[in-house]
Design a protein around this ligand. Structure first.
Ligand code: FDM
Ligand code: MG
Length: 205
């Protein structure tokens, strides 16, 4: 049995990080082996460059080069993730390939071109996509000042994410009006069935 690969996706400010932290607490309580990986993973050399790109608007990089860095940031740690899964650990991803494609394609890059460098990466067994039904996101306060934290851009990203909604492992979750606890319960009800691990091999993008 291998561990499940679970991704939490969504736009900025939808509660991904809060919810992944809640999941970790729960998994710890239940004594289930788990590992969290947040993408971009900023504490590697490639991740450092990505962090500079996101936080310093004066740092110039073509959209293509930036895109490939985000993909490289996944490839540089994927063997470690696979090893954890083989050892039976549940791996939770806070953003993954879907963010990679949606954010770059929202800048006008070709969708398939954006997916290409990630082809071969393992597909999650479950992707929970946190979203707002209302395009409430645009008016939400609390955006920071990183490169992509701009309401109009987030609206474009939202449309691009919709391309994945036909994927079999894609589980949209509307968070409008729900408390943190309620969202956690919803995620947990999707998550539960994967806790025992899986026999089938990982699929790949
Ligand atoms: N982002 C994230 C991308 O543009 N491509 C990617 O492959 C990934 C993983 O980075 F705006 C964007 C999404 C977001 C920014 O992410 C930083 P966090 O989750 O806010 O740290
Ligand atoms: Mg952010």
């Amino acid at each position: 049995m291998r561990g499940a690969l679970i991704a939490i996706e969504g736009l900025d400010r939808t509660g991904k990080t809060t919810q992944t932290e809640r999941l970790l607490v729960k998994l710890k309580e239940l004594n289930i082996k788990h590992k969290l990986v947040k993408f971009p993973k900023r504490d590697t050399q490639i991740g450092n460059l990505i962090n500079t790109y996101l936080t310093e608007k004066s740092f110039q990089l073509s959209d293509q080069a930036a895109h490939l860095l985000f993909s490289a940031n996944r490839w540089e740690i994927i063997d470690e993730i696979k090893k954890e899964l083989q050892g039976g650990t549940v791996v939770i991803l806070d953003r993954y390939v879907y963010s990679g494609v949606a954010y770059s394609a929202a800048k006008g890059l070709d969708f398939q071109w954006c997916l290409n460098p990630d082809v071969g990466l393992p597909k999650p067994d479950l992707t929970v996509f946190l979203q707002f039904k209302q395009s409430e996101n645009a008016s939400r306060t609390g955006f920071g000042d990183e490169r992509y934290e701009v309401a109009e851009f987030q609206e474009k990203v939202k449309l691009l994410f919709e391309n994945f909604s036909t994927n079999s492992e894609w589980s949209p979750l509307y968070v409008d009006g729900l408390t943190i606890d309620q969202v956690h319960e919803e995620i947990w009800s999707l998550f539960k069935q994967y806790l025992e691990g899986l026999d089938e091999d990982l699929q790949v993008f």
